[in-house]
Design a binder for this molecule. Sequence first.
Ligand code: SF4
Length: 425
Amino acid sequence: MNMFCYQCQETGNGKGCTTQGICGKTDETANLQDLLIYLLQGMSFYALPLFHDKKTTDTEFLRKTGVFVAECLFTTITNTNFDAERIIALIEKALVQREMLRGLYLANAPAGTKLPDNASWMPADRDEIFRKSLKVGVLDEQDADIRSVKETITYGLKGLSAYAYHAATLGFYDDEIFHFTFGALNKVGLNTPMDELLELLVETGAFNVAAMAVLDQANSATYGNPEPTKVSTGIRNRPGILVSGHDLKDLELLLKQSEGKDIDIYTNGEMILAQSLPYFKKFAHFAGNYGNAWWQQPEEFTKFNGPVLLTSNCIVPVEKGYAERIFTTSVAGYPGVPHIEEDGGTKDFSALISLALRCLPPTPLNEPDFMSGFGHHFLHTAKDKVIDLIKKGKIKRFVAMGGCDGRDRARAYYTERALSLPEDT
Ligand code: SF4
């Protein structure tokens, strides 16, 4: 066995990917991601008492540490980042930050305080990083039940980190989320009894909701509340750039930099949210949505004909048809794919824009347009009308659905469920 990962529904034989990820992740990258999480647990060993017990009241330091931990956890989500070099860079940064925290912690700790390995291991060189990555991981925990709960907590932390990271990008924070993350990582890294872990698991769910609320507030304050919108799936007759993932800030920067350049910007995947946000609609070159689920990327990215920007998950192994015109930014990464780094609070997307000008317009996918943007703000404004329709018997039921189909036809639960609903739903 070269690796062990069972963090997603695609996992090998429903049990675990052990030689290479079904998603395309190599064993080397998977092992380095395990080591990164191990070191985040070590960072949290110090960060928890330092920040939560107010040994330091430096809010900027707390947020810098919290956002870095969130960035690292987000980077390890399923098919977000396949680039081993980027994971090594994060490991090296985590070691630097951990040592800074360690110094502050030991300044007030009693002499002879014992430190766990994840809080004290230090590599002499890159080779030692690779060797260590083979020795730490999910299977370190021998008890299958404890392992299962610990990993579920870790996946919950990855999810809330994605929300917290995006909110922080827009300048919104909830410091309690960082305190909770440090505490949870610390407990997952130690020999914590099952009853405590189960409590932590429930709390992880609650903090996911809290993190979603901060992101909702950040998005609404920055880009306006989602409003019901008919989303076009058609194409325009000039080249375009396709933006996928979740990072609205990246979309904003790209729209500003490409204004008046004779190209259009399309959304793909989770970026569909932008179609219903007032801020983005004001850009004349903000076109419609192009494409469907993540696993259709090879066919759809090939047909798009222009540059594609991945701002977060999901990336599927890059194919020849678009290998020369795909870019990553933010937490996304793929070996050999150019990565647009942040520099001084902004990003330079000129490489995508100049490439787009040399590309053909997208090939139409001939999909029907659809409605989007029925967020909680809109539903609140429409509540009197909805209540009236319920009283008149015109609304008989509410159906809430959350999640997405898998690529395996046997995992088309959401589509099947929607199609099975009564005609008048
Ligand atoms: S994220 Fe990739 S490596 Fe991990 S279980 Fe899913 S398919 Fe396998």
